[in-house]
Design a protein around this ligand. Sequence first.
Ligand code: SF4
Length: 366
Amino acid sequence: MSGSIGIYIHIPFCKNKCPYCDFFSGKAAENDYDNYVRVLKEKIQYWSNKSPQKVSTVYFGGGTPSVLGADRLTDILNCIKNFFTVEPEAEITVEVNPETGKTLDFEKLRTAGFNRVSVGFQTAIERELKALGRIHTADDALVTTQRAKAAGIDNLSLDLMMGIPHQTVDSLKESIDFCKSCGVKHISCYLLKIEEGTRFFDIQGQLDLADDDKQAELYLSAVDYLGKLGYKQYEISNFAVPGYESRHNSAYWKCGEYIGIGPSAHSLLDGSRFFYGRDMKAFEDNIIIPDGNGGDIDEFIMLSLRLKSGLVFSELEKKYRPLSPAQMKKIMTFAKAGLMEVDSSHACFTPKGFLVSNAVIAEIIL
Ligand code: SF4
């Protein structure tokens, strides 16, 4: 084992279940929160014995970590700091829902070491928030970002959604303008996916959903507009003022190692992938499900191509081997079709290429 790792902490609680969401999360009571924090701390200790490495990033995701409140979040982070060597410059992120962010004690979080806040915002348009079943307003997100900044946390991210029922290119731009007016340094912009097992899956016929062409129009206009406002695309769905890219997520895309703690959390450690199932009891019992080897050449190609910096040929050769002539030929064909850009040092997707990246990557690694 060498180098430093990331730690992901999954908080499987939300105030309300959004009808489109298939993350492992749900409503719970205060005593469930306390019990969960106790179990998490046991597991943090367990993993520190397995992996006594330095930690360069910590990410509290969910669910809605902010429902736990600053005291519990601080307690968990302190436990990580007690059992791992968290680097002084580590990026430590907490996801916050705008509704809970209005009252969250950001001062306490900053003092504990949290230095990045990611806010689940989705849209500034009230009608679209309603369509998504969100329980907050756009102003709640503004208040949340202002409060975080006032507490000294200026590394802020907002999540935006594309393809929301009723959304138009203009309303999406309005939401992006709103993010800019909040002064955030990072914006994640995801297309709504209808997942089996969600309420939206059951009622999709009744929803005014964007078809493929509309989704493409929304995505391409968002990439273009975000770029004009100074948010540089660095991954399919992520945009940042240069220097504010998410270090935690960037490590995932570079095949960096990480431990995920919590039900449904995935890990890559010592070249192996494994995860906890979507089951609280199984997590308590520490039942870990193996998921094969991680970090092979195909995975490296696939993850690198998610990034705007793309597949750097010298990195690929150093870690594995050069691309085969057949693979290079396919890349040149995709470049001619306007889906990729390629030069002597790297290959990457164009915005249009990102829209079909899964199919293209499958072709390249065949
Ligand atoms: S708040 Fe986030 S994690 Fe919770 S249900 Fe809604 S989308 Fe899912």
